[in-house]
Write a protein that binds this ligand. Sequence first.
Ligand code: CA
Length: 235
Amino acid sequence: MTIRDKILVVEDEKTISGLIKAILTANGYDVIQASTGSEAFSMISSHCPDLVVLDLGLPDMDGMDIISTVRSWTSMPIIVVSARSYERDKVQALDKGADDYVTKPFSPAELLARVRVALRHTRSGPGSGAIANTGKFTAGDLTIDYDKHQVLIAGENCRLTQNEYKIVALLGKCAGKVLTYDFIMKELWGPQSKGNNQILRVNMANIRRKIEKNPAEPQYIFTEVGVGYRMIEGD
Ligand code: CA
């Protein structure tokens, strides 16, 4: 590793903060810590971290406000650490500009995967998950051929409809990252589509019938309950 990525961990619970720091430093990241929102702001200004891991429940300020403020300054990736029961928080955090979230309690592997994906997406170009509309995405037997507008499983064309292809193509471009229902709807069908997820659910059911061995236990596109969908990381 040439340049080490610097990660700011914003968390008021010392044990959790220490655990996150241990996981990240063991994997080659430099870690700095803040336990309040105001400390976080000053550390962001003085240390310019490459990524922020953010707990939403801080003593001095609402994590949502931190996301909005940081977003108004910079596009540095923010990964939210949240409690399992608050799906609304996850959606709000992602819609405010957080890149991803991990749910407490989380495994080291899960946290590291989110960090890797978020850092990679910032490097692949301006805007979250922006990559070229050409080339191929592969994960196991799944291939998305962006030139031919086809999705293949083990080389076999899955014959997706136009809408089904668009959904899979978008998830593939942001592979490893959760996309909220609203985000997907707006990206694919414009701002008016907000609030009507039914079309998305119907399409996803059809996609799964075509690409998954067992649609009830998907191995490529995962449902983040109450939040959205996530494509598995590519090979
Ligand atoms: Ca907390």
